[in-house]
Design a protein around this ligand. Structure first.
Ligand SMILES: [Zn+2]
Length: 468
């Protein structure tokens, strides 16, 4: 789910065990909440321990927090009545247990409000007796619907936004997005006028694309690096100093600024030469463009047409809507099913050929998309706080030795090092080490990825710097 949108973090629950080959009965799907990465420092996932309820708490600046509970209630049938009442009760105790007075319960209530249905009436009564606002009913007109039955073309108003009295005014609009066609439910958009300050999120778009560089690009980079490097002034005096324990501030400063200049120059060359692109996670359904895209747009057009003709229950428009939607769903299902098939076939053949290397590579690839991004580590939420937590952790770990009796011995040993000819480091051996660096990894604190050093390699090491 974290691949759905690169700017978002997803949390979700599912009651369906996808590892079972056979799914019996009528399983209910799952719930998900996606939130923008820059809000990660404000979001906390609340424990509900129930596949029909998923909740997050969002911290607002100086205004306490607000809670969003996503629900998926049992569908309207007499045999589900007890379970339905149990869930209404559970929602009530959830709201009561919240520290925040601002609670928004949004999702598929399976309570039809467009004509008097059993669960619909129960929901209305539930809201009245608990002083909750059925906000979509207050805002929207009676003609609203959020569900179109695939088989009869009947419409129902099943998805709702229920909120506490304190949260009522902040829900300024509730709309059905008729332009999206994906399932028999239509998306609803609830707008809340609440102030939440976004934090920083690491943008993962527009990064340099090091893989599959063209020869031209490599050539351009390798020509530019020495040209730019030759502009750097060599601190001759500093480099001629042979005192291994030198603490002349001018010399130290000279070395530091030489390093900074080289790094800045390489980064400049990268910016000029290496193309950028967004990081695309492999999230598209394979075959979407070939098999599904066209059918999806047909289904959407037919739906809008049917809606414009005031939703007939039979006749050409209805049949078109029904047929195109079935075709779209079939195509999508085929693609998803084949994807699993292809992956499974690859795994099986790798295992059969005892090719453990590619077997585990595939396993890693398949399982990669399923692990969620960790938002909270050891009680710290948000990238900065988590990083800070680790900094403090390792700081205390590395300074945990209190015994200092050996310190003087170590310092003396360092001080007495004498440099000999065989301790010289030459450009070739440095270059060998650079060429052995792993590629495709994140850049270090200087922002230089291994690829940048490997392509520049000996060019950096053999540059003739400017003399002052
Ligand atoms: Zn010196």
């Amino acid at each position: 789910m974290n691949c759905i949108n690169n700017d978002c973090i997803a949390v979700g629950v599912s009651s369906v065990n996808l590892s079972d080959r056979l799914i019996s009965g009528r399983p209910y799907g799952g719930l998900a909440i996606l939130y923008k990465k820059e809000l990660a420092h404000t979001v906390k996932v609340l424990e509900t321990d129930d596949p029909r309820l998923l909740a997050i708490e969002i911290e607002q600046d100086n205004h306490g927090s607000l809670v969003i509970l996503n629900v998926y209630l049992p569908y309207d049938t007499p045999s589900n009545y007890d379970e339905y009442m149990y869930y209404l009760d559970k929602i009530k105790s959830f709201i009561n247990a919240c520290d925040s007075p601002l609670v928004y319960v949004i999702g598929d209530f399976n309570a039809n409000l467009s004509n008097s249905s059993c669960f619909g009436n129960e929901l209305v009564q539930f809201c009245q007796s608990n002083s909750l606002s059925l906000r979509d009913r207050e805002i929207c007109s009676g003609g609203m619907y959020t569900y179109v039955s695939d088989s009869h073309g009947s419409t129902s108003w099943l998805d709702h936004c229920v909120c506490t009295e304190s949260g009522r005014e902040s829900v300024t609009s509730v709309k059905v997005l008729h332009n999206y066609v994906g399932s028999d439910h239509l998306p609803i958009l609830c707008t809340l006028n609440k102030q939440i300050t976004p934090g920083s999120a690491v943008p993962n778009t527009n990064v340099h694309k090091w893989e599959r560089l063209s020869d031209d690009t490599i050539c351009k980079y390798q020509r530019l690096v020495p040209t730019l490097l030759s502009e750097i002034v060599m601190p001759t005096e500093t480099l001629s100093c042979s005192d291994a324990q030198c603490d002349n501030p001018v010399h130290r400063e000279g070395i530091a600024s030489l390093y900074d200049n080289i790094i800045a120059t390489l980064n400049k060359a990268i910016d000029i030469c290496i193309p950028k692109g967004s990081v695309m996670t492999n999230c598209m359904v394979p075959g979407w463009n070939d098999y599904v895209k066209h059918k999806h747009s047909q289904a959407r057009d037919a739906y809008l047409m049917w809606r414009n003709c005031s939703k007939p229950r039979h006749g050409y428009e209805f049949e078109q809507m029904q047929a195109t939607r079935a075709q779209f769903k079939y195509a999508l299902r085929q693609c998803v099913a084949n994807e699993e098939q292809i992956k499974s076939d690859n795994l099986a053949s790798a295992l059969g050929n005892k090719d453990m290397c590619s077997f585990w590579k595939d396993v890693k690839h398949i399982s990669k998309n399923r692990c969620s991004v960790v938002n909270t580590v050891g009680g710290c939420t948000g990238e900065e706080n988590v990083a800070d937590m680790w900094r403090i952790h390792f700081n205390s770990l590395l300074n945990s030795v209190t015994q200092t009796s050996q310190k003087s011995v170590v310092m003396a040993a360092i001080r007495n090092v004498t440099f000999s000819a065989d301790m010289n480091i030459n450009a070739q051996s440095l270059n060998n080490i650079i060429q052995q660096l792993d590629v495709g990894k994140a850049a270090g604190p200087d922002g230089l990825p291994a690829e940048a050093l490997q392509l520049a390699g000996l060019l950096i090491l053999s540059t003739k710097f400017k003399q002052r």
